[in-house]
Design a protein around this ligand. Structure first.
Ligand SMILES: NC(=O)c1ccc[n+]([C@@H]2O[C@H](COP(=O)([O-])OP(=O)(O)OC[C@H]3O[C@@H](n4cnc5c(N)ncnc54)[C@H](O)[C@@H]3O)[C@@H](O)[C@H]2O)c1
Length: 285
């Protein structure tokens, strides 16, 4: 390891179990010499296995519902107390759609569910940065990262209202990132990650097809949770001090692809098969 985060203090949201991207980030941050506080929603702390991660990384766990300003204030105060000073890095790794969970189609949402999902997945990022900013809790050249998905830019029908939440999240990163950069020299970025088999990821309808398609489409294949953690560490480190207001694709090249030969071959196999067996083809023959 490279001691990239030696002496740095952080807050990591969203480690539910060992598949979580945040879990891998915590493990990697520990290996790189950081100290940090782990946090998650109280209900997730009861269901998940975060205490295992806390033991392994010598961290304390502070419950916080990311939609509660009171919880966020308490989390930030306590984190600075425990870690002994201001914060150098924060990971927002939070996502949840009630419409997805309940199987509501995008065209037929329950708007109370939509509001809850937006509050948890997107507005929480504004709430978090606003609390860090008001409390002047970040050190200069600190780094804030949130995780997002490419459905913010392109259509993935089954990603449902999470697509809109991610578009909002990415916009908040830019808008808040301006003020955080100008006033406190703090950078703010989003990482747009490949489909990854986690609890949140696997909740998306047709996830198996989704992930297999992305794998075949990407010249380097899908990025794993651990690879995402590595990339996140680079953004927390001093090696990326002038990177801010960016949505950074971490997806094996998927986002710039039109079509790959692997996908085209599969498509043509089916397409040719269908064409040959159609009534029109039979008549022509
Ligand atoms: N898995 C993928 O395919 C994928 C792809 C791109 C981006 N992402 C994003 O990565 C991030 C992490 O997701 P993951 O895939 O590791 O899944 P995950 O299910 O392990 O993590 C999601 C986390 O959000 C937390 N959370 C939910 N409601 C909360 C609340 N009110 N307050 C605080 N925390 C709350 C959950 O407890 C959980 O720990 C999410 O933003 C997700 O949208 C995931």
């Amino acid at each position: 390891m490279y001691n990239l985060l030696k002496g740095k203090r952080g807050i990591i949201f969203g480690a539910l179990d060992s598949k979580s991207i945040a879990w891998k980030v915590a493990e990697r941050a520990h290996e790189e010499g950081a100290t940090f506080v782990l946090t998650n929603a109280p209900v997730a702390l009861r269901l998940g296995t975060i205490s295992e991660l806390a033991d392994k990384t010598g961290s304390q766990v502070i419950p916080a519902d990311a939609t509660s300003m009171m919880d966020l204030e308490n989390l930030i105060d306590k984190s600075m107390e425990i870690l002994g000073g201001k914060i150098d890095f924060v990971l927002h790794s939070i996502g949840m759609s009630v419409n997805v969970r309940r199987g509501n189609h995008y065209t037929n949402q329950d708007y109370n569910f939509t509001k809850t999902g937006w509050d948890v997945s997107a507005l929480s990022f504004h709430r978090l940065m606003s609390m860090l900013y008001k409390k002047d809790a970040m050190n200069e050249w600190g780094s804030v990262v949130a995780l997002t998905y490419m459905a913010a830019q392109r259509v993935f029908p089954d990603y449902n209202d999470m697509a809109d939440n991610k578009a909002y999240l990415e916009s908040v990163a830019r808008s808040f990132g301006y003020f955080f950069g100008r006033d406190k020299k703090v950078r703010v970025n989003t990482i747009s990650q490949s489909p990854t088999p986690t609890t949140a990821g696997s909740g998306v309808k047709g996830f198996d097809g989704f992930i297999a398609y992305a794998e075949e489409m990407s010249p380097l294949g899908n990025a794993t949770a651990l690879e995402c953690a590595d990339y996140t560490i680079s953004l927390f480190s001093d090696l990326t001090k002038k990177v801010t207001l960016q949505n950074l694709f971490h997806d094996g090249g998927f986002s710039n692809m039109g079509v790959s030969t692997a996908i085209m071959d599969t498509f043509m196999e089916n397409y040719t098969g269908k064409e040959d067996s159609s009534e029109e083809a039979k008549t022509k023959k």
